[in-house]
Design a binder for this molecule. Sequence first.
Ligand code: TYC
Length: 126
Amino acid sequence: MMATDKPEHTKPLKQPEIPVQPKRSPAGSDTVVLERRTAKVGPPQMYQVVMLNDDYTPMEFVVAVLQEFFNKDREAATQIMLKIHLDGKGVCGVFSRDVAATKVDQVLDAANQGGHPLQCVSEPVA
Ligand code: TYC
């Protein structure tokens, strides 16, 4: 079996990069130069929860999971389930890192409870 990376939600958070300012001491000058160091903080990285197809989990179970944990109505849940069934995978929603990790846990717990092999992962949105 191929070695796989750690699950995305267990990796440390990326810190904003603070540019390092060169230290300048002008020769023969007693002027003090104050340099502003600004952390450029962008919007937080978002994560999509992606559900994977398999041959065994009942369609109805997937629809119920999408309704319960992703707040989809029955029609939207059915569309997403069919997309996964046909394409092999599909996005259930986009969340902050912690919320996405919680959704993955909820889906996997429900699948285990029901005895289904349903799999789902979270991945950073480009
Ligand atoms: N392929 C499954 C079936 O035919 C249905 C299914 C859909 C399973 C989506 C998983 O994420 C999934 N019963």
